[in-house]
Design a protein around this ligand. Sequence first.
Ligand SMILES: Cc1cc2nc3c(=O)[nH]c(=O)nc-3n(C[C@H](O)[C@H](O)[C@H](O)COP(=O)(O)OP(=O)(O)OC[C@H]3O[C@@H](n4cnc5c(N)ncnc54)[C@H](O)[C@@H]3O)c2cc1C
Length: 371
Amino acid sequence: MKQILIIGGGFFGMYLAEHFAQRGCAVRLVEKEPQFMTRASYANQARVHNGYHYPRSVLTALRSRISFPRFVSEFRECVDSDFEKYYLIGNPLGKVSAKQFLKFCERIGAQCELAPNRIKALTNPALIEACFSVVEYAFDAVKLRDVMIERLASSTVVSSLNTSVESVRQQGEGLLAEIRNEVSEETETICADHVFNCTYSRINYVNAHSGINFVPLKHEMTEMCLVEVPDQLKQLGITVMCGPFFSVMPFPPAGLHTFSHVRYTPHYEWRDGDGIEYEDAHAKFASAQRNSAWRYMQKDAARYIPVLSECSYQSSLWEVKTILPRSETDDSRPILFLPNHGLKGFHCIMGGKIDNVYDAVEAITTQNLLE
Ligand SMILES: Cc1cc2nc3c(=O)[nH]c(=O)nc-3n(C[C@H](O)[C@H](O)[C@H](O)COP(=O)(O)OP(=O)(O)OC[C@H]3O[C@@H](n4cnc5c(N)ncnc54)[C@H](O)[C@@H]3O)c2cc1C
């Protein structure tokens, strides 16, 4: 029986752990934090992508079109579809015109209709060229965590919280991982045939401590504001495309809306790569100064939708957002999949969005990694 170690109990690590257990492997899942899915898998905009967000990357849009119904059906009880979703085309700074957006939706086969006048009436016509009604949902990360915890409990996966993998090295045909308990600080080693590094912003932490090449990644310290929206917006999600604009989306676990802004959500950025001194994303996150940019976000967004000036700020979700350098130009969200990265049996996996998990499973299966 293959021994599999999964590093990272975010949505990707949990989903893959169950997947390998179902394939008859002995799976150990370790998560550094005291609870599963408390990092990027919780602190994100909760959008179940259905393609609309990616007019500059048709491949990402088409993959989302395939994953969307699958995710919605697999995690039905975690999906909030009880709101209206609108994509607005910003002008004059937009990178996509209304005509181009419509054509793009047609190309990817995504439903898109002119929004009703009551939605148009919310906007400043000098800055919004068009409003479209689309089909896009939000997921509840807390319900998703509960579902995944339940699924793992009824599987053969052995999981440990407060446990971090420090390094991995080759031992014979297999791998030996050094594991540290974050509370007692005790260390132990465990053997595995395959190790999956699913640590998102921290992929290079294990690599750095194992003498393995860095994966080039870009990190952003991000802030999404949690706000109470005025009554007219309570049952709506709004995204203004495609440029230095913003999104207001229901955030089901808090009963509030997240407010993100292309210009103000990222506070600063840094990179991992060969020749760059490695910085641990979690350590950087823990010591980061958190001065909210809410006032800037709100002031700018209210120019497009004046009623947004009535939002009441509650708090902010901070998290490190990690993207592949190649995504910077076209805003695509492919998965990172590096099988046998530096060591035989050591695989790095990262998804730029939650539903990418299906692409990850497909990539692993196609490679016949466990044969
Ligand atoms: C601001 C923001 C907005 C986003 N918006 C969306 C959105 O609207 N829709 C969408 O689909 N996606 C969105 N994403 C992307 C999405 O959040 C990620 O693609 C997804 O959560 C990645 O899941 P993961 O399991 O790889 O990462 P994580 O949830 O971060 O899990 C990685 C886990 O690894 C653990 N870990 C790290 N190092 C170690 C170690 N050495 N040993 C053990 N454990 C370790 C961490 O504690 C963490 O729990 C957004 C991301 C951000 C940051």
